[in-house]
Design a protein around this ligand. Sequence first.
Ligand SMILES: *Cc1c(COP(=O)(O)O)cnc(C)c1O
Length: 456
Amino acid sequence: MEQLLRDAAARSIRYLEGLAERRVHPDEATLAGLEALDGALPEEPRDPAVVLAELDEHGSPATVASAGPRYFGFVIGGVLPAPLAASWLANAWDQNAGMVAASPVAARLEEIALRWLVELLGLPAGTGGAFVTGATAANVCGLVAARHALLERAGWDVEAKGLFGAPELRVVVGEEVHLSVRKALGLVGLGRERVEQVPADEQGRLRAAELPALDERTILCLQAGNVNSGAFDPFEEVAARAREAGAWVHVDGAFGLWARASPELAPLARGLEHADSWCTDGHKWLNVPYDSGLAFVRRPEHLVAAMAGHAAYLSESEAREPWHTTPEMSRRARGVEVWAALRSLGRRGLAELLERCCALARRFATGARELGFEVRNDVVLNQVLVDLGGEEETAAALDHLQREGTFWAGGTRWRGAAPMRVSFSSWATGEEDVDRSLAVLARWREARDAAGRRPG
Ligand SMILES: *Cc1c(COP(=O)(O)O)cnc(C)c1O
């Protein structure tokens, strides 16, 4: 065991040391090399050291260097040293974080991390939460709590009877609602399409003036951090008003909720504290290992009512039982990594990480404009949408840039355009990475212009 784990550590260190200089996305030949890991189901045992060597030799080069400094795709985040190391240790612990009885340490670390997060994000005192796989699952947690609360008030026990014959609930979403909220609505029986949709403005923010009248049978889903533009819904205008009407306000803040942890960015999310439930991701901007999502519920008893269960063989303590807050029973100890990230960064370190990413986004936007490209969004957070000269030209550029390998960004559709979508969410990215990436963009532009096409 010892030799094997030392070997794993050495290989991991070598991998991480190579991240900054290797190509960001694996090329076709490297991906073809994954064949070596295939073959018939092994009949006989094999030396674990050989298994690890195979995995490293063929698997490591085929990874996407999203933990490295120049991965700007989606909103992925890197991995900070403390939570990575804590994750290694926690894997050795092999704790089942579902029950206090199965892992007092995992349960305790969740409680501590949760308390810190509620304070850091400025959520109401007494807010409870759950450690789940990602923001999609965290959206499910928020919505089942909402479903329980609104139907309980209407005299309906939804956990016992389901939605058959239940009083109807309304769901109001912004036009730019994330697909994971729609998916979660489908999973909890409220329907992906059976929603009232409020138009959005040019940055993707729900238009407060067009919000329909809300009532005590309505769930209003708002968004902190539009997945394309990074924009925030106008919480201050709508959240308190919605709660006064008796509606349940749920916020998808998969990456944008973290703005609350920075004095500089927090004004973007002002008023968000008036909501009833929130979700965010640890694996994105907090830079903990995959997977790690967080759900928060103002009145945790609504979440517990939906998630808890009882069985004679399961001990139940007076303490917060983790599995009474999540869809899962058994699961890994995600709280360990969240605790380690917060313990190592501190309030100031996290604020600096968030603000640095936003400064890098502005730097990229400025550089792109200087190269003659149009930036399609107000760069308020960590997202930049760059039009590289129309839909076809942008698609061709992305194809070239992704193959070139210095950095990786994807495309999207946004308000009638099809720009490159560049996202900054890794602690590992520095100004030099932005500049190196812009230099590649400049060379592509020169080559394009030299080829006789119209300059951007
Ligand atoms: C990433 C994202 C999600 C989904 O999060 P997962 O962790 O992938 O489940 C939901 N909403 C927004 C705004 C996101 O950016």
